[in-house]
Design a protein around this ligand. Structure first.
Ligand SMILES: [Zn+2]
Length: 295
């Protein structure tokens, strides 16, 4: 069983109008990313995963849009970002688990949490403090963590840097998660992208807290950084808490799967340490739903 814990809700159910296509060159150094896509393209890309966790991003309080390209992302579906995720998950319940995105500065954020949990059947929360421009320890978001912990909703945080100019990087620094986890010890937290490039900071936070995990999405195409992240995870003994994830559309599950087999290639012919192969393979087949109590 392969579980992808990090993928983004398509903007379109039907065909993407050609003028709405976006080839994004900023996300990764080795190829462009088609960042406006539809249900078929998403489902096709996710076929290597048996189950995928999918979510949008509530870029601003009360937004009705919320694709990977930000507030300007158009859509052919009614409702807000969470309605779009719920519609997709409802159509493919055996393959998908939906997370909600909430904006902590939305006066109705807790009502939206209840609506998503009870009416839409969404089972976790995606937050991006840098994209949404809030401090991860400010009072308005603590109220969300409180409810998430109470109802067993895991929270996946964007962690580390991003090319989005107006997203303050410091709000997504992995060391801030340490204090969130200290205040909410039963909250299940997923630190996305191993907090790149602060992957060792992420490793030491994950090591401290039994309910904090990190996903490996969006890393492999920086080959040295990927190797380094995995070696740091090995040395800090947290390889067992890394979750398989693609961050589609930024990468695909199959690219991510292949890259896990090549982590050590970069040090071939050297005395540098290797990441144990069995531990890398275990990431692919990790039962993340069990760890997150979503099974
Ligand atoms: Zn993402």
């Amino acid at each position: 069983m392969i579980i992808d814990v990090h993928s983004h809700t398509p903007q379109y159910r039907g065909p993407v109008p050609p003028e709405r296509r976006v080839s994004n060159t900023a996300w990764r150094p080795d190829r462009t990313v088609e960042s406006v896509y539809n249900w078929d393209e998403y489902l096709q890309a996710q076929t290597p995963a048996d189950i995928s966790i999918v979510f949008g991003v509530a870029w601003h309080p009360g937004d009705s849009t919320g694709g990977v390209d930000g507030i300007a992302d158009d859509s052919d579906m009614p409702g807000n970002v969470n309605d779009k995720t719920a519609a997709l998950v409802k159509a493919y319940p055996e393959r998908l688990i939906g997370f909600m995105s909430l904006h902590p500065h939305d006066a109705r954020a807790l009502d939206e949490l209840e609506r998503c949990r009870c009416d839409l059947g969404l089972r976790g929360i995606k937050l991006g403090a840098n994209y949404q421009i809030f401090h991860p320890l400010e009072a308005r978001v603590l109220a969300i963590y409180e409810q998430a912990q109470r109802y067993g909703l895991p929270v996946l945080f964007h962690q580390g840097t991003s090319p989005v100019r107006m997203a303050p990087i410091r709000f997504a620094h992995p060391l801030l998660m340490d204090e969130v986890a200290m205040r909410y010890p039963d909250l299940k937290i997923i630190m996305a992208h191993m907090g790149h490039p602060w992957t060792v900071d992420t490793a030491v936070v994950v090591r401290k807290h039994p309910n904090v995990y990190a996903d490996i999405s969006g890393l492999f195409y920086r080959r040295f950084g990927y190797y380094e992240a995995m070696i740091k995870a090995t040395e800090w003994n947290v390889l067992d808490k890394l979750l398989f994830a693609s961050d589609y559309p930024v990468t695909t599950a199959s690219e991510t799967f292949d890259a896990l087999g090549k982590v050590n290639d970069i040090v071939a012919g050297t005395q540098l340490p290797r990441v144990p192969k069995d531990k890398l393979e275990a990431i692919i087949y990790r039962d993340s739903l069990k760890l997150l109590e979503l099974d």
